[in-house]
Design a protein around this ligand. Structure first.
Ligand SMILES: [Fe+2]
Ligand SMILES: [Fe+2]
Length: 165
């Protein structure tokens, strides 16, 4: 990989992280009553997303949807099989319970993501009924169709799930 491709990858990762961090900071600022600061965090977060997407485009990282789904499947699969299991066991060895819970939730949910992406790839271009997805606000568990039971990963009530249209 060229130096510039390395730089684009690093910049994409950094801008992506800044986006999520600023959104988390914005939520905290709202809770603390700093609404103007919250707004600024959200504005800069939006700009960092634009930077991240520009970097990703310059990397030719956005293809047609078939290839994008394949890339997404590979990414989720990597997280399930290679990335999270050692992170989880290391956190358990170090008795870092918050980290272990965070890794465990992500690991369980990435398995679901891989399945959902595979399903979407199978269905691509076929005449299948539209469906909304529902996301657990605590652990990210992602469900196809309405959901009222308890989250199977973290136990949060299904009524709290966010509907994604
Ligand atoms: Fe995922
Ligand atoms: Fe959950």
């Amino acid at each position: 990989m060229s130096k510039t491709a390395d730089d684009l990858n690093a910049a994409f990762a950094g801008e992506s992280q800044a986006n999520r961090k600023y959104l988390a900071f914005a939520k905290k600022a709202e809770v603390e009553g700093h609404t103007q600061v919250a707004k600024l965090f959200r504005a800069v977060a939006a700009a960092e997303t634009i930077h991240a997407h520009n970097h990703l485009r310059a990397l030719d990282g956005i293809k047609a949807t078939t290839e994008n789904l394949q890339a997404a499947i590979a990414g989720e699969h990597y997280e399930v099989v290679e990335m999270y299991p050692p992170m989880l066991s290391e956190a358990e060895v170090e008795t870092n319970n918050r980290a272990a819970r965070s890794f465990k939730w992500a690991l369980e949910v990435e398995k679901v993501h891989e399945v959902l992406y595979r399903k979407a790839l199978d269905r691509l271009g076929k005449d299948v009924p539209a469906v909304d997805y529902y996301v657990c606000p605590v652990c990210g568990y992602t469900h196809e169709g309405p959901f009222t039971e308890k989250c199977p990963v973290c136990g949060a009530p299904g009524e709290k799930f966010e509907r994604i249209e």
